[in-house]
Ligand binder design. Structure first.
Ligand code: ADP
Ligand code: MG
Length: 249
């Protein structure tokens, strides 16, 4: 379970309040879509969960019984093994092969000297290969990542996140840099791992129809505030209008 209490974040010495007093709990195995206009705070929200950005003092994020907001650097590295993060721009190492990129998902499980030498165990290689097959790229195992299409690169990023054997995946508009047709491939994979493995998925989406199609639960953000929390069925046109009514300069 993810429990978030009075989560706040401001930028530019408080001039921009990107998140305002967010309180929400996510149950294990939920597939949650976060919607809202550009600038609503979706990326800040997702990144605050695993502290890719530091929330304001007084914010609390718990994963099960561990308070993320209270951890030191080493403890944070450990808990981040359990949280896969998928970026809009894939964030692969272009010069590495598909297998090497996915193996980086195993880094948190190995000693630093072994990592420096690029030594991975047979088990790591099996896990990485398994997820590369699951995302349909087994024939690209030894292809350099910069020779793949954008859609294939994002599938590699999903395999890398899965190779961490996470309990949570956070995905920040994972199809925003892709042809809209590929949205279903990417969300389909996230949904599959959510259903088959019980992984909790939080995904930022700007296309409303995708959110209502894939998510069990939708969180609506507007100017840093969470103004909707409910099922796709509960999200009516009035809610939608309110969520998307704010313009951020
Ligand atoms: P979304 O992902 O919904 O588009 P963001 O979380 O990126 O929203 O941004 C929320 C607000 O915070 C916006 O007003 C944005 O301009 C501001 N913001 C985001 N990142 C920074 C930053 N690094 N420095 C200053 N302001 C930022
Ligand atoms: Mg964003």
């Amino acid at each position: 379970m993810i429990r978030i209490e009075t989560l706040n974040k401001h930028y530019n010495n408080g001039k921009v309040q990107a998140l305002k007093d967010i309180n929400v709990s996510i149950r294990d195995g939920e597939f949650v879509a976060i919607i809202g206009s550009s600038g609503a705070g979706k990326s800040t929200f997702l990144r605050a969960i695993n502290r890719l950005i530091e929330p304001a003092d007084g914010s609390h994020v718990f994963i099960d019984d561990t308070e993320i907001t209270g951890l030191n650097k080493n403890q944070l590295i450990k808990i981040r093994r359990r949280i896969g993060f998928i970026f809009q721009q894939f964030n692969l190492v272009e010069k590495l092969t598909v297998l090497q990129n996915v193996l980086t998902g195993r880094i948190g499980f190995n000693s630093v000297p072994a990592m420096m030498l690029g030594l991975f165990s047979q088990k790591d290689i099996e896990i990485a290969t398994h997820y590369i097959r699951e995302v349909g790229l087994i024939e690209k195992l030894y292809t350099r990542s910069d020779n793949l299409s954008g859609g294939q690169q994002q599938r590699v990023a999903i395999a890398r996140a899965m190779a961490q054997e996470p309990s949570i995946i956070l995905a920040d508009e994972p199809m925003a840099s892709l042809d809209p047709k590929l949205s279903h491939v990417i969300l389909g994979l996230l949904k599959k791992f959510n259903k088959e493995r019980g992984i909790t998925v939080l995904v930022n989406l700007h296309v409303l129809e995708l959110a209502t199609q894939y998510a069990d639960r939708i969180l609506g953000f507007r100017l840093g505030e969470m103004v909707f929390d409910g099922t796709p069925e509960q999200l009516d046109s009035e809610h939608i209008e309110h969520i998307y009514s704010a313009k951020v300069e």
